[in-house]
Design a protein around this ligand. Structure first.
Ligand code: PHB
Length: 237
């Protein structure tokens, strides 16, 4: 895990020496481990002997994964949102205290967006994260509220009292409009996705230019989330 976790969304290609240094491994151990992982296909070596995560790792991770099932059920509904709103459409889940993005659809004309597939955003700063936090088990929510929260933009809500009030409003309204919370040029709009009629398991969001109207996006997202929930409920029966 220490070797694999040296790869991040921004650092996708490394030399074996860099991997060893970042994983805190002696050089000989790093070379042996990387060679073993390359032999099994979990890592791949390019023509310049640089290392990246292997296709075999992706294959094993996707096989039977709940994230893949959710993504596949959600995709047609996300495509509908994307074609009607014509801005970035994302699906995120709560993973170890952050919003992890399973899918993002964009068109060439879509504006700025820092979310990436298999990338993460802080819960308190992104629209998806706020949804996931609002509907998270109380214990998990309290854990996040008890920690010092970092401002990602000047408009990120970091005051725990204000954030708690906001999360209450999100639970009541069933959606969030987060203006400039991550970057001042955009507004994130997100809704919860339930597993059938059960718990919230994901957030569905669009990233709009800051001044764009949001009511249509809320409506589209709600319809899509309801469709995903119905499909998840039906596919289990
Ligand atoms: C958001 O979800 O609030 C969000 C995400 C990515 C951006 C901007 C806003 O680039």
């Amino acid at each position: 895990m220490r070797v694999l976790e040296t790869f991040t969304t921004d650092r996708t290609v490394q030399t074996t020496a860099e991997i060893g240094r970042r994983a805190g491994l002696p050089s000989s151990t790093a070379h042996r481990m990387v060679a073993d992982l390359v032999a099994s296909g979990l890592l791949e070596r390019d023509g310049e002997r640089r290392i990246r995560l292997g296709l075999r790792l992706w294959e094993l991770a996707e096989r039977g994964s709940l994230a893949l099932r959710l993504r596949q059920v959600a995709l047609p509904f996300m495509e509908r949102v994307q074609s009607r709103i014509r801005e970035h459409t994302q699906l995120a889940v709560l993973e170890r205290g952050e919003a992890l993005f399973l899918e993002r659809l964009s068109s060439p004309t879509s504006g700025a967006n820092i979310t990436r597939v298999a990338g993460r955003l802080p819960l308190h700063a992104s629209s998806s994260g706020l949804i996931l936090l609002a509907f998270a088990p109380e214990e998990e929510r309290e854990r996040v509220l008890a920690e010092p929260l970092a401002a990602v933009s000047p408009e990120t809500v970091v005051d725990p009292i204000e954030l708690r009030r906001r999360l209450g409003a999100i639970r009541r309204d069933g959606f969030v409009v987060a203006e400039g919370s991550i970057e001042s040029v955009s507004t994130g709009v997100a809704v919860p996705v339930r597993d059938g009629r059960g718990p919230v398991i994901a957030a569905l969001s669009v990233v709009l230019p800051r001044e764009a109207p949001t009511a249509g996006a809320v409506e589209e997202l709600r319809a899509a989330a309801a469709g995903i929930s119905a499909s998840l409920g039906a596919s289990r029966r």
